[in-house]
Design a binder for this molecule. Structure first.
Ligand code: SF4
Length: 285
């Protein structure tokens, strides 16, 4: 049996890692190995992008807490950040309910473990609507069909229904009240919106439970390396897996992701590449 760390909590990020590559899940969460290599080249540009992504999340968080936009704007210097901030102020998500919960953390039991998620924003009109907003600072807009399959799109609405009653005025939030919006800082007019319903909630619950039970039942030798070699180029563990030394570049990563889609090849190829950028941003924040 896999020996998960004591009190291990599953998240959309760890579950996505498992789905993308069981070995990566084992290295990162079971063996808890530090990331030995950078994911993409050039490192400096990558780091800068991630840092600005984290700064954008902090800005929006402070704005949601009530700090005036003018005060926050004075702190924004870097070009990417200025553009994202401007887009957010001028063309941010519309029609959000007034009651806002930024950076809220929810958790609930799942199989013998807990599932946890940190939301960028949950906006609630109690008894009517609950809108999950996720800020994305990725360089290209992730396609809807990719987002639809992401663990994040399953975990966030599912957990809000399971564990979000205190955000809904003390009443459980019904699946039909939940919406999820990915808002792209560089594509402010092209958010991706997903509805939710009871059938999807039940399907997500069954899928997430089976995934956690599957992982918990694995032995030390049961975490195979992904067969999708192209993912390894952007994985920090590639030297441990003898899957190459040089990191892929941003352009290679994005080209590979979008070529896979255009070819109607396995869209999963794109997921692995995209998630790493976003997950690092989450970790950094
Ligand atoms: S290098 Fe490849 S096989 Fe190894 S953990 Fe990363 S994605 Fe998996």
């Amino acid at each position: 049996m896999a020996v998960l760390p004591t009190n291990f909590q599953f998240s959309q990020a760890s579950l996505q890692d498992y789905v993308d590559c069981p070995r990566r899940f084992q290295l990162r969460y079971v063996l808890q190995l530090a990331w030995p290599a950078q994911e993409v080249e050039p490192a400096l540009e990558n780091e800068q992008h991630l840092r600005q992504g984290a700064a954008f999340h902090r800005l929006v968080h402070r704005h949601a807490l009530g700090i005036p936009a003018e005060d926050l704007s004075r702190t924004v210097q870097e070009p990417d950040l200025r553009r994202w901030w401007h887009n957010y102020l001028e063309r941010g998500p519309r029609d959000l309910p007034e009651t806002r919960y930024p950076e809220v953390i929810l958790s609930a039991p799942l199989a013998d473990y807990r599932l946890v998620a940190r939301y960028d924003l949950v906006a609630v009109d109690a008894g009517k609507r609950a809108v999950i907003v996720d800020w994305k600072t990725s360089r290209k807009r992730t396609k809807r069909e990719i987002l639809a399959e992401r663990l994040q799109t399953k975990v966030y609405p599912y957990l809000l229904v399971c564990a979000g009653a205190h955000l809904g005025g003390g009443r459980a939030i019904a699946p039909e009240q939940v919406e999820m919006t990915y808002w792209f800082a560089d594509y402010p007019e092209e958010p991706a919106r997903f509805g939710y319903d009871t059938a999807q909630y039940e399907a997500d619950g069954a899928y997430l439970t089976s995934l956690v039970e599957e992982i918990a039942g694995l032995g030390d030798e049961d975490f195979p390396l992904t067969t999708q070699d192209q993912r390894c180029k952007f994985c920090p563990y590639r030297s441990l897996c003898q899957r190459g030394v040089r990191a892929g570049t941003w352009d290679e990563a994005l080209d590979a992701a979008y070529q896979a889609l255009e070819d109607e090849a396995d869209a999963d190829d794109a997921f692995g590449i995209d998630i790493d950028f976003e997950q690092i941003a989450e970790v950094e924040y």
